[in-house]
Design a protein around this ligand. Structure first.
Ligand SMILES: [Zn+2]
Length: 380
């Protein structure tokens, strides 16, 4: 029997068991900033990986949740495959009461199900299928699930990068594109804060003594927008502004928060330099810029394309016609790809409405992507 069919045959009968496993993950809420909730779920995930034969480390994180790392297969000295995901969600504690886990036909709903608790179930199903067929993956496998992806991965970045550098390649189980496509390019992102300090004065009595920080900010906003180059994918969004105290006071303070997205490292360097070169037009006003680029872009390099072509070929043996695409959103795949490690993202479960009230996955898609993951672990 062809391997693909054998994998499907091993996974399909587990449908109900996998859904109940997924249900318990969704029903254990895990907002990125709730350490007790995160740590509790990390222990649960660790126990599941141990039951699948993994050697599990729960990696300490004083501020946020524990990160879960599981190693599978013999320590052959060969570079491992790295699979990365995150178990935190954007949903605050208590969301479950309004958005309970439920299955309607082929669709399963719940907070964090698509982004990305179904990915844990997908890996569980893939490893179970490999075991039940008496097979073993040819190289060691490291599965890493972190606790802070939704808030920028500040506490997991070093860990992700060190595991990626030790790996042969990295598979990221973030949700796929809306058409099911894999992600071979992602924009990098930055977050800046511009603070302006002018001088207050009475707007009626002595306006000439004031230095209007809001008027200066208006100039700066236009200067910031002029840094964008949408034709090469570079966008800047002045998303939040603040300033002033009363209409009869020349405002001394104003500030802006800016989101920047780029598709190449050279554009990150240019944008960063131009942001830092902003100068006040009004005399006697101080500008202070903080922040910078957080995730580098995931570029569609030859290493990424080479891995994508092998993934696509393995998918074809399962009867899957895998496609690729890019997205403006960033993930932890940005970190691994920027290190030159062959990286494919979007290997999670098909579904829709990540971070939205109709967040859901397709159950058939979960089974299909579990078979694909098993075939990738066996074949790459
Ligand atoms: Zn995610």
């Amino acid at each position: 029997m062809p391997l693909g069919q054998a994998l499907f045959d091993a996974i399909q009968p587990r449908r109900d068991a996998l859904l109940s496993s997924l249900r318990s993950l969704v029903e254990h809420e895990s907002p990125s900033l709730d350490k007790p909730a995160l740590d509790g779920l990390a222990h649960t995930i660790g126990k599941r990986f141990e039951a699948l034969g993994g050697r599990v480390d729960l990696i300490a994180n004083e501020i946020g949740g524990l990160h879960v790392r599981a190693r599978f297969g013999p320590e052959t000295g060969e570079k491992p495959a790295l699979v990365i995901g995150h178990y935190d969600t954007v949903w605050p504690m208590g969301t479950l009461a309004m958005m309970p886990f439920r299955v309607e036909g082929n669709v399963a709903f719940g907070p964090g199900i698509f982004d990305m608790k179904a990915s844990l179930t997908l890996i569980e199903a893939a490893l179970e299928a490999i075991r039940s067929l008496g097979l073993s993956h040819p190289r060691p496998l490291v599965v890493l699930f972190t606790s802070d992806e939704e808030i920028g991965s500040l506490r997991s970045r070093k860990l992700i990068e060190s595991e990626a550098l030790a790996s042969a390649f990295t598979l990221v189980v973030e949700p796929p594109l809306s058409n099911g496509g894999l992600k071979t390019a992602r924009k990098g992102n930055g977050m800046f804060n511009l603070s302006l300090e002018g001088r207050a004065s009475h707007a009626g009595v002595e306006p000439e003594k004031g230095r209007n920080a809001i008027v200066e900010l208006a100039h700066q906003i236009l200067a910031i927008q002029a840094i964008a180059r949408p034709e090469v994918g570079t966008t800047l969004n002045v998303g939040v502004i603040a300033g002033g105290s009363a209409s009869n006071v020349v405002p001394a303070h104003a500030s802006a928060e800016i989101d920047a997205r780029i598709i190449s490292a050279s554009e990150a360097t240019r944008v960063d330099a131009e942001m830092r070169a902003l100068r006040p037009i009004t005399p006697d006003i101080q500008l202070t810029l903080t922040g910078g680029f957080n995730r580098p872009p995931m570029e569609r390099t030859p290493a990424v394309i080479g891995l994508y072509e092998r993934v696509k070929a393995i998918g074809a043996t399962l009867g899957l016609d895998l496609t690729e695409g890019s997205t403006g959103g960033a993930s932890d795949g940005n970190f691994t790809a920027a290190l030159g490690i062959p990286t494919i993202d979007g290997l999670g479960c098909p579904g829709a409405d990540a971070h939205g009230v109709n967040e859901h996955i397709l159950v058939d898609g979960l089974l299909e992507r579990a078979a694909l993951m098993a075939a990738l672990l066996l074949g790459l």
